[in-house]
Ligand binder design. Structure first.
Ligand SMILES: [Zn+2]
Length: 236
């Protein structure tokens, strides 16, 4: 039995190097003997994960067609025309663009956001056509909130990207302020839809805590800078 001269780990007779620290194993007593055959395969096959994910995503996309065709068939058999099954189509379209498309196709992040937003808008349009409700809720409520939420998601993705050079605390501060403002915007569009635009009320309960937290993060960031400055000047 031999041990690594560097880290002391116990070694198999067949090991040419220490598996822990990589130090070469030289046993003077064994120099003349032939090294035993290593008990591991010499070739290790690595699976390409991206190809694997793309394959699974394509397979799941095909599986999504089963409930779609089933509901469409049931719809036609019962109502003699396609009606509510369009909602399944819209829902699956959103699920596909949000979860499966990023695994299948590679494109800039902005393009994913645009496609996802369009898919949600198509779903909302289908709901509006099927329920035969007024255009008001779609144009004044559905579309604006969808677009605003998409813009916020895009902003978050920019803030979360590794290329972003803004300090982390400032990024969180911006994100919090953004959430607060989105809630105010949602209340504004609800007011617009109900035709009673007024000073924001319930959204302020979200906006103020968000702004307070955001500004405290900014202060904290400044303090960190001051601390760093003191460290540099006083060499500790
Ligand atoms: Zn070692």
């Amino acid at each position: 039995m031999s041990y690594c001269v560097n880290c002391g780990v116990e070694l198999q007779k067949s090991e040419p190097r220490c598996p822990l620290c990589g130090t070469e194993v030289i046993n003077p007593n064994e120099l003349l003997e032939e090294k035993p055959i290593r008990p591991y395969p010499s070739h290790v096959e690595h699976l390409d994960r991206s190809v694997d994910r793309r394959y699974i995503a394509s397979f799941v996309s095909l599986l999504l067609l089963i409930p779609l065709f089933t509901t469409m068939l049931a719809n036609v058999l019962v109502s003699r025309q396609l009606t509510w099954s369009y909602l399944v189509l819209g829902g699956e379209l959103v699920a596909f663009t949000v979860f499966l498309l990023p695994m299948i196709a590679r494109m800039p992040k902005v393009l994913y956001m645009v496609i996802d937003t369009l898919a949600v808008c198509v779903l909302l349009l289908l709901i509006r056509v099927l329920t035969q409700s007024s255009w008001d809720w779609l144009l004044l409520l559905g579309f604006p909130i969808t677009v605003l939420s998409a813009l916020m998601c895009w902003f978050f993705s920019v803030m979360a990207s590794k290329k972003c050079r803004i300090p982390v605390l400032i990024r969180f501060s911006f994100a919090l302020a953004c959430v607060g403002l989105l809630v105010v915007a949602i209340e504004f569009f609800i007011g617009l839809h109900l035709q009673r635009i007024a000073w924001p009320t319930w959204s302020l309960y979200v906006l103020f805590p968000c702004l307070v937290l955001a500004s405290s993060l900014l202060i904290l960031n400044r303090r960190a800078k001051v601390k760093e400055e003191i460290k540099k000047r006083f060499y500790f």
